[in-house]
Design a protein. Sequence first.
Length: 341
Amino acid sequence: MYASRRFAFRPEGPKRLDINMPTNLIRSLYNIKPEHRGGVITIGNFDGVHLGHQQLIAKTIEQAKKLGKPSIVMTFEPHAFEFFAPDQVTIPRLTRMREKFYALAECGVDCVLILPFNQYLANLSATDFIAKIIHQSLRPAHIVIGDDFRFGRGRQGTFDTLRSAGETLGFTVQAMPTVMVNGERVSSTLVRKALAEGDHQLVKRLLGRSYAMLGRVRRGDQRGREFGFPTANIYLHRKLTPVRGVYTVFMHGIAGRPWPGVANVGVRPTVDGTRTILEVHLLDFNQDIYGRYVKVEFCEKLRDEVRYSSLDLLKQQIAQDVNQAREYFKQLAAMPQAGQG
């Protein structure tokens, strides 16, 4: 059977999120090794790693185990819409590269191959993509794709294109049907819509888990501490974010269990902020976590971000948010598997 090395986020030691999964990260075609060839692959952007993506990956892993070969997810950075219009991005990504890798690794795949999406890749025809990227680099035995998968310049490549090429090049191709939830096709677009509407129950059904973000806790301007509600500040490094406002959250990576809190995602208009920041006030928590790499799991949206006419009004609203969050977690505590999304 294929054996892959372990990958763990850095830095090592007490300041890292405890992620230790048997998944190999391959950062480019130049890093492909002989043991990565001859396996079973699936291809896509996988933004959000929703249930449809998970079905593809599960089938990829299943077929790889049957053959005793590696299972490989091929994905791309940046997303195509970021490459073609970097200064006019209107679609928020669900997952940054590290978040996507983490979600893919949780699915149990052996390898994640991340290809830089550049002009060379964008210009490749479907037949050249198959010959130069898929066959020449990986020589797969089998490929699993979604029934709506398109690839190559102008999205000209289809399942039939792959299947025809496979008959010549020596690989087989399998298309997986669309996954439906509430009569709608599960997609990254639908997840974004549910997040924008604050429907986190639907989000959880589409993802099979709660939506979450990863990041490192940084020092802020200490304004929350002055208000009596100190916050852990996480810079999001995103042009746009799919969530905005005030939420109940769980933070992972700071204790032996997920820790409840209340978070604001936004620019903090009352204090004339301009940079989008994730700020988390942890309930009944008083430890130094600066520098920790954490996961913030979004539970329920409480309200939109608002500009207040004074800092006193903002302070009063934060107190109300904290009280509302305490009531939420009090009710959640009586439910099974609380905070395990």
